[in-house]
Design a protein around this ligand. Sequence first.
Ligand SMILES: [Zn+2]
Length: 493
Amino acid sequence: MPPREPGGSLPPREPGSLLPPREPGSLLPPREEVLVRAAWVLTVGPDGDIADGAVHVRDGAIVAVGPYSRLRSALPGVPVVGDGTGLLVPGFVNAHTHLSEALVTGMGSELTLFEWGERIVGPVGTVLTARDAREGTRLRAVELLLTGVTTVNDMFVHSNPDELASLGVVDGLCSVGLRGVVSFGAEDAAVPGAPWASVERIMDEQNELAAAAAAAELASFRYGVGTLLGQSDDLLEAGVDACRARGWAVHTHLAEVREELVTASARWGRRTIPHALHLGMFERPLIAGHGVWVTEADIEILAAHQVAIAHNPVANMILGSGVAPVPRLRSAGIVVGIGTDGAASNDSQDMLQAIKMAALLAKVGAIDPAVLDAATVLRMATIDGARALGLADQIGSIEPGKRADLVLLQDSVCVSVLHDPCGQLVYGASPRAVRDVWVDGRRLVVDHACTVVDEREQIERCRPLARRLAAASGLASAGFSRLWTDRRASTGL
Ligand SMILES: [Zn+2]
């Protein structure tokens, strides 16, 4: 099926009528020229770890990296941020999340993935709006920035027939200055014939989202496949055709839970990874969340086609999904980034927590404390996440010529003793230590506060939106506590 031009199946509408007004980019702080100084600069690049180091930032780019004394004497007039303590690291790349879950945290944490999708994410998705997307993105941006995230790879999952809800994410990201890769995780298999579930309607929203991302300064687009099982065979084929024709990269989930493999084998006679190969999905660059339940044959396929994996240790633990074989994936040459996953399957967007859990879960999984060392985990959260998204030429390490996405950790007990700076970052850092964050040279966190969003005001704005979502989706009337009670009753636990 050939790709469709934008807007074919959609009713006529005024430009922007489904979207809240954009906030002008002028609300963002200017790109500053600055020298950022720390006790340790962990470049995750060719310069390695630099003691009493500094980074020169100008016009949104990294201009120079080196010892503070050398840069200071060469640049006497440039303002300095940082008192020479703490750590300076590349901005973290959150390799997999769902901002569609920004307003539905703290529900169903005792459910399995399939139950959770059916009872929570599915019903909420039918009533999500572009306004929810925008305001939820702005709310979670605070949490992302304050845990050092400068790039987020999002998949917005919804099934509201009346709204191009996913486009609200682009507005939200633009309004806060966060770098993002956006996708629409469409699914149509559960309700064949529903008006929002036509291939035409879904491809139109994909096209509209791609156009919105192309018009945004720091956003890019990937074609979203919520899950292979969640899509009809017609939509799967249309997506592969569209990606071939338009050169789109892909964001999906693969091999998250055992039930996925059993169901896929029953439907197609093969597991999801061989089926994705069969469909031609790996012809384009693809990042997949999870890769937990993979065979050696699956790993061979992923490696041969340079499929990247986003590892989401916190979500995997909350849903009891399993332990991803990260060391094995890496040894096979597969690029593995770290993600939080959505706020409904993680219950936060705390990237520092995800980084620590990635290290700990690997140790527990292998019963080996050396199986994934701190330096490797830091690489996964930065340069490998950037490679997984095809952005390694721009971000992911502190190198002259790259964009200035930086995190300064300072003024906290948790980074006060730095015998092993990288180990302290991975195992000991908390959001309290995140003092300043730059994205593309704009300082969005200043002295431990997010300056681009008024946190209290945003919380107040989002509370009624979250209440409406719970009511409109039926979750509030069902009673949140019943989600678990029902499961116990049905399983006899
Ligand atoms: Zn996910």
